[in-house]
Write a new protein. Structure first.
Length: 101
């Protein structure tokens, strides 16, 4: 193989590998209607961040939602819901984006 073919092969391999790694990230929006005060999102956020595989969490009092980005090979929407329920704030998925499973 000449150098340009090797470089082309390495570049295409890197692109293919990075695409596969990104395919495992999903984002879910959870409705958390039990949040009744502006301090509640702190508890919900901590519960979600403690779940293995969670990459990013944003919790808002209004509109009482948690947006969670997670690795779907390490956790699931059900485990995220379990975490909020165990913290005293049952939740339900509103929207899910990312890798199809």
């Amino acid at each position: 193989m000449n150098r340009s073919r090797i470089a082309e092969f390495l570049l295409s391999s890197a692109v293919a590998f990075s695409g596969a790694a990104l395919a495992d990230s999903r984002t879910v929006t959870l409705e958390v209607p039990g949040m009744t005060c502006s301090a509640c999102p702190i508890t919900v956020k901590k519960a979600l961040k403690d779940v293995s595989g969670v990459e990013k969490v944003a919790v808002t009092f209004e509109p009482r939602e948690a947006v969670v980005t997670f690795d779907d090979k390490k956790t699931s929407v059900d485990k995220l819901r379990e975490a909020t329920k165990n913290a005293g704030y049952p939740s339900a998925p509103k929207a899910i984006a990312g890798a199809a499973r």
